[in-house]
Design a protein around this ligand. Sequence first.
Ligand SMILES: [Zn+2]
Length: 475
Amino acid sequence: MRAMSNKYYITTPIYYVNDLPHIGHTYSTVAADILKRYHKLLGKDSFLLVGTDENSQKSSEAAGRAGLTTEEYVQEMSTKWEQTWQKLGISYNNFIRTTSEEHKKGVYDFFTLVEKKGDIYKGEYIGLYCKGCEAFVTEKELVDNLCPIHKLPPEEIKEENYFFRLSKYKEDLLKLYQDNPEFIQPESRRREIINYVQNHLEDISISRQGMDWGIPFPTDEKHRIYVWFDALINYLTGIGYGTDDKTFEEYWPANLQIVGKDIIKFHCALWPAMLMSAGLPLPEKIFAHGFFTINGQKIGKSTGNSIDPVRLTEEYGFDALRYYLFTEIKFGGDGDFSEEKLREKYNSDLANGLGNLTARVAKLAENSGGEFQLTQHTFNEASTEEYQQCIENLDFQGALQVIWQIIRSLDKTISDNELWKFKDEELITQLRPLIEDIRKVSIILEPFLPDTAKLLQSHFTGPKINALNPIFPRK
Ligand SMILES: [Zn+2]
């Protein structure tokens, strides 16, 4: 058992700067934001790390196409990513850039530990390399001679590279998965990784020659560090590894690392092996979410159907987008995004459900002319065990269902008791428990719908409660 700790450290993948943020990135980042807010409300010192992966060769190719230097290009793109998370109200604590000096310093410190361990050697590599994955792929993984994820033909590459002794950690990794069944979630991903480590784990090349971009290899100037080996270390440098030991020790190991299912080999096998080699503690849990389609089609620049989360937020509000993403799609599974369904959910659950309830109660409270002395609830008092259990199990859909059951039952109370027929003291007496319940709902809504939660918390404070304009105007 881990000692009870009062911190909660959660990470999202760092995204390639040559992409633009779409609904898939938004999904994993909002999931992390929900958990960060939830643990903060529980009184924990909660830290959310986000960032951009900038050392990829793809950056310099994209810069060339854009007529910029690579430095200019990554600066411009990284700013776009950070602005997107700001516009979407993501409550991140740090935005790590892998081109930053702090990151580079931490990568070198980490490299030194791994090298001292004897886990880095020079060898010749001949392999099939997928530019999309930024990784070598094995013949077995190809489908019709194409990378199954990117549908691209891999290039054959032969060069002298430095290697990390990943295969040395095979037994340790298998033991890790065995002893900690919760380390990789969901269960389907865990089985996939166990199979990969048992049958396909090989040493991995961690340098490239002839590149003009990326972190220089510490012991050989002809090489650059292979992007995955550098990128994974962001989870350490983002909390001060190599530059601020105190902060690093406070937050590491991560409580949860959220990743997409396409990058689990790196996060569930390479990453823990790197940490074992460096002698650092392992993260507690790695959770892989599924892929998104849009109206049934795979998201991609080429298909031209990437949906801009900022545009959706401007139209429906940040909270509505969050609500839709986590009621519609079970976290961990694949999901389909459709703006049509977003609008339906918005009207049925937000405009009608929550919006209508709060407007009705506020109007009745104003009409009653009453004064309401209300109770202050802590987050723990306001939340039910079922709600907390759902979030702890990363069942966001379940937690939202718990909240909406309460909303529906409050609506039913108003209708069943025909509250509009009451007046004065009688009405005030009937309303008081309803208002208390709305206040509780507004507290447990906060991880999911932070803006709405704040608005309701400030409106239903008493003693006088005024009418409230619909918080979700119909679309
Ligand atoms: Zn690929």
